[in-house]
Each structure stands twice: as structure tokens, then as C-alpha cells.
Write a protein that binds this ligand. Structure first.
Ligand code: FE2
Length: 273
């Protein structure tokens, strides 16, 4: 199976790039299942039902979120109604939506996606590992699921590595999101789990992590919060990771960072083996 995980879709430029290009990329790269983090898709803060729907139309199979999941407070009930929407599994149980879902590819292979929220340098949530084990309960790779993906939405690279190694051999991919900067550490860990500390963002990199750059510069220079944070609107780079898995075991046989368009150097996966 070939999986594509897209980093945080940032604002209009990010979601436009994904909507326009994902159908072609899916075909060209022969992708079987697409996960996208879309917690910044609505003006940088949250995601609406209409935006989520447009991403599903473009070929996203599952949307993950994170600390900004519920920023569009007037439009979050769709998290309960739309099983393809995830919010972190270690959020309060009373929150809308769910932290994991079992999905199907077009040819009926099963993909379990689990979302977590980091604990360091972020608003504190429940421990990640008990939430992860709860969602993994009764699900083993190669048996109840043909692929398992964990999105660790976290600030701290160390937390992402802990989850990567903790789950090595039990899931197909552990991928980080949230920092909006792609890391250069894509690898298949010794036990067969693909890993990247952060997938980066689908957004304009002539920015400060996707936001128009002048306000954050001025804030840092003057120490007076003056400018409003708005998403940068230049051409987006679509950033993510492509992972191939062995259909017998669910473990990864290869993983590649991908970057399309915009300012970052292009990178594409090899032809599907
Ligand atoms: Fe985030």
C-alpha cells in the first residue's frame, strides 16, 4: 500500500494548492490512501465543515487536526457527524469527534489512523501513551488493520521520537505535525515503522510558519503585539511524506519526504515498486 501524509494545510493558499494538485499527485504517485492535517486550513485557525468537505472532494481520505481543531467554534459539530475528521485522542473525552478511525482504501484495505497531541510547550492534555494504547486496543498491524498511521501533533521533536520508537514495529508510520517546517530525518526505524519528526506544512514558506511575516517580525522587534496574524498568500509548497507498506505485515518498505511547488526544493517518491 502507498500512503501519503500531508503536513498542516495553511490558509487559502495551502488548501487551494491541495485541492488543485492532489488529484494529479494521487494518480501520478499511485497513492492508495491520503491523510492530511487541516487544523490551520481556515485562515490559519481551525477548519470548517465546508473546507473539510472540499478536501475530501480533492481526494483526502482522513483529516487530522491538533491544538487548533476547534478554533472555528461555531462550526465544530461536524466533528461528531463526519467519521473522517479526527481530533487528538488525548483531548477531553467530552470534546466533539474522535481520536482515531478505521478507514478503507478503494480496494477495501483497512487503514487505522490515530491522532495525538503533544504535552511539552503546548496546552497540557492527557498523557499520549495511554490514549494511544486505548486506540490500539484490539488492533494489530497485519491483522485488524493493513496499515496504521499515528499523527503526533506536537511542538517537541523529542516527544515525536519517543512515540516513533515506542510504536516501532507496531504501526506503519509515525509522523509529526504542528511545527510547519519539514524535518530532514525521514527514515524507516529498525522495527519497520516509517518516521518523520515533522511533515512540514502545505503553505507559503515566504512567511513565519505560514503567517504573513511582517507582523511577527514587528512583534519581536517592538515587543508590542500590533499586527494581526494572517496567513501568507504566496504560492504554497505541498509538503508531506509518502510511505510504502508491505501488505502482508503492514510495516514500511520505504519512506520519502515530498515537496511540490512554491519555494522549497522539489522532492517526489520513486515509482511504486
Ligand atoms: Fe498545531
Amino acid at each position: 500500500m502507498r500512503l501519503l501524509f500531508l503536513g498542516d494545510i495553511m490558509g487559502r493558499t495551502g488548501r487551494t494548492a491541495v485541492a488543485e494538485q492532489l488529484p494529479g499527485l494521487r494518480k501520478a504517485w499511485q497513492v492508495d490512501f491520503v491523510i492530511a492535517n487541516a487544523e490551520n486550513a481556515a485562515g490559519g485557525f481551525g477548519v470548517t465543515g465546508a473546507i473539510a468537505h472540499s478536501l475530501f472532494e480533492a481526494g483526502v481520505d482522513c483529516i487530522t487536526t491538533g491544538n487548533h481543531a476547534f478554533d472555528q467554534k461555531d462550526d465544530i459539530s461536524f466533528f461528531d457527524d463526519e467519521p473522517r475528521m479526527l481530533r487528538p485522542a488525548n483531548f477531553p473525552r467530552s470534546n466533539p469527534g474522535r481520536g482515531a478511525g478505521l478507514y478503507f482504501t478503494k480496494d477495501d484495505r483497512r487503514v487505522l489512523v490515530i491522532q495525538l497531541h503533544g504535552q511539552r510547550f503546548m496546552n497540557p492534555m492527557d498523557d499520549m501513551i495511554p490514549a494511544l494504547e486505548r486506540e490500539m486496543s484490539g488492533m494489530s498491524l497485519g491483522h485488524e488493520a493493513d496499515a496504521i498511521v499515528v499523527d503526533v501533533h506536537a511542538e517537541a521533536t523529542s516527544e515525536k521520537y519517543v512515540i516513533g520508537h515506542y510504536m516501532d514495529g507496531r504501526v506503519s508510520l509515525v509522523c509529526g505535525s504542528h511545527t510547519h517546517v519539514p524535518t530532514a530525518d525521514v527514515q524507516v526505524l529498525p522495527g519497520g515503522t516509517a518516521f518523520q519528526a515533522d511533515a512540514g506544512m502545505c503553505g507559503d514558506y515566504d512567511s513565519v510558519i505560514g503567517m504573513e511575516k511582517h507582523a511577527p517580525i514587528e512583534n519581536m522587534v517592538s515587543k508590542i503585539k500590533s499586527g494581526r496574524m494572517v496567513p501568507a498568500s504566496g504560492e504554497a509548497t505541498i509538503c508531506g511524506i509518502v510511505v510504502d507498506t508491505d501488505d502482508r505485515t503492514g510495516l514500511s518498505t520505504g519512506a520519502w519526504a515530498v515537496r511540490v511547488g512554491g519555494r522549497l526544493a522539489a522532492a517526489a517518491p520513486p515509482a511504486k515498486g
